[in-house]
Ligand binder design. Structure first.
Ligand code: DON
Length: 334
């Protein structure tokens, strides 16, 4: 899967430069509110770009596994939309940025979670993954995320147990959305366990980039050719990433970076440049909003250097990056 043609040396050298420039950024702390996450090595740092044409560029710790945490929310949202359609899902969870933290205990005027990225909305989204048994529901989630990554993923049992033991706020949120009939009362605690489990799926920065490329490629994994998500759900999924993916940093992110993205408290960020690339970064030092400090810098740097902001004049929304012979001349002059 590695850069087969040697094209795109610009991307590779930008990744190396970003790694060099930001590897000593010491801001942010490893998450500790899920006890098992506090064991992460704060120095891990990996950056990966995967193109819709099936090329990979990477630097640093791109083989290091970590749990997806909130990044799983966006993929399970795409799964829920693929299974049930936007109309049905929107009856139970909104698409409005809340300006609140990820674990906010707030519902909108229709008594729905504000969006599928805050925990209340993510638990509601997971409830859309139906099945005759708990195991079959879990298989649907794990198989879908594996297909998006192009390899068989597994869950970190210790992180799952750690969150399940301590996640009382998420338990409260589950009962809150149950109270307003947004999720079924009969299996709501199973749904919560599935949510904890999806957050504990192990991925690498490379997996995040490939998952991003799958979304960028209209739901089809460009490396395996497997269709993972319904093409109809991509617009909605990327919109929610753009407006809500970085929580109460979403406005600043849209302004400065302009790439639909989703972060997780274990330090990953998954970004999607529509029709072009997926970007995965991993560095466990997170800021007070739950976003990776080095990851934010990497995204801002790549966005500026490659003109990846959705509204940048260089970004045609079609493949200027993947017509890689032209990449050098497409890089904005600074
Ligand atoms: O629900 C939780 O608290 C975690 N499993 C996920 C939180 C998370 O990753 C928030 N994102 N930055």
């Amino acid at each position: 899967m590695k850069n087969p043609s040697g094209k795109g040396s610009t991307i590779q050298s930008l990744l190396e430069q970003a790694h060099k420039d930001f590897r000593n950024v010491g801001e942010g702390e490893v998450a500790t509110y899920i006890p098992e996450l506090s064991k992460a090595n704060p120095d891990h740092f990996g950056i990966c770009v995967a193109t819709v044409e099936g090329e990979i560029f990477e630097v640093g710790d791109c083989d290091q596994e970590f749990t997806m945490q909130s990044i799983s929310k966006i993929l399970v949202y795409a799964l829920a939309l693929s299974l049930h359609g936007e109309k049905e899902v929107s009856l139970h969870v909104g698409v409005e940025p809340s300006g609140d933290a990820f674990n906010s205990i707030q519902l909108d005027k229709k008594n729905r979670a504000f969006n599928p990225m805050v925990n209340a909305g993510a638990i509601t989204t997971t409830a859309f993954v139906h099945g005759a048994t708990f195991e079959s529901r879990w298989a649907k989630i794990l198989d879908t995320l594996s297909a998006a990554a192009g390899r068989t993923l597994r869950m970190d049992e210790k992180v799952y147990q750690s969150e399940s033991r301590t996640g009382h706020r998420n338990r409260a949120l589950t009962w809150l959305v149950t109270n307003f009939n947004q999720i079924e009362a009969t299996n709501n605690l199973e749904t919560l366990e599935l949510y904890f489990m999806q957050c504990s799926i192990l991925v690498t920065a490379r997996d995040l980039a490939v998952m991003g490329a799958t979304l960028a490629n209209m739901g089809t994994n460009p490396f395996t050719g497997k269709n993972v998500f319904d093409v109809q759900c991509i617009q909605a999924t990327l919109s929610v990433m753009f407006t809500c993916g970085m929580y109460d940093f979403a406005g600043e992110w849209a302004f400065r970076v302009g790439i639909p993205a989703k972060s997780g408290v274990s330090g990953g960020i998954l970004g999607v440049v529509n029709r072009q690339i997926g970007i995965g970064t991993f560095s466990p030092r997170i800021d007070e909003k739950g976003n990776s400090s080095r990851g934010i810098r990497v995204f801002q740097y790549l966005s500026e250097e490659l003109g990846l902001h959705t509204f940048n004049f260089m970004n045609h929304g079609s493949s200027f990056l993947t017509g890689l012979s032209g990449v050098e001349s497409s890089v904005p002059q600074r």
